[in-house]
Design a binder for this molecule. Structure first.
Ligand SMILES: CC(C)(COP(=O)(O)OP(=O)(O)OC[C@H]1O[C@@H](n2cnc3c(N)ncnc32)[C@H](O)[C@@H]1OP(=O)(O)O)[C@@H](O)C(=O)NCCC(=O)NCCS
Length: 115
């Protein structure tokens, strides 16, 4: 099985055996409030998703791990995100990849991790 991470502008795609199985946007915005200590090297994870027919096969974890490694190599210091509190699958995935819950606003958790 070949797993390739492609990056076009701020969007990453995970390609498995030539097929796009999912992707995510990693960049700068104020959708998730930055912590006071955060700098230019802090980015936000958005639109993280795996295609319906590819869910539950470990691709979400592969995508996130590859994105973390790539962003680390590029000098990114932290990643942060917001996730609905009832999205147990995504929360589990983010926790497994080192993210911790850092706040709560309405139905969303804020999570972050250092790279
Ligand atoms: C969240 C999402 C990206 C997970 O992708 P995935 O490829 O199905 O996840 P994986 O197969 O890589 O599983 C990774 C981890 O997620 C968790 N997970 C996966 N399926 C799960 C399930 N049915 N129930 C509970 N936890 C689950 C587990 O912790 C799993 O790790 P493990 O296999 O070591 O136990 C995918 O479900 C998705 O695209 N959901 C819709 C979009 C979305 O909610 N995105 C997040 C926005 S913040």
């Amino acid at each position: 099985m070949s797993e390739i991470l492609l990056k076009r502008n701020d969007y990453y795609s995970l390609i498995v055996d030539g097929v796009h199985v999912g992707g995510t946007w990693i960049g700068h915005n104020n959708f998730v409030e930055p912590k006071e200590s955060m700098s230019e090297n802090d980015k936000v994870v958005m639109m993280f998703s795996i295609g319906e027919q590819f869910k539950g096969k470990g691709y979400g974890k592969i995508l996130l791990e590859k994105v973390i490694e790539t962003e680390k190599d590029k000098g990114t210091k932290t990643l942060r995100l917001a996730v609905l509190t009832d999205n147990e699958i995504a929360i589990n995935l983010y926790k497994e990849c080192g993210f911790v819950i850092d706040g709560y606003v309405r139905e969303m958790y804020y999570m972050w991790r250092e790279l």
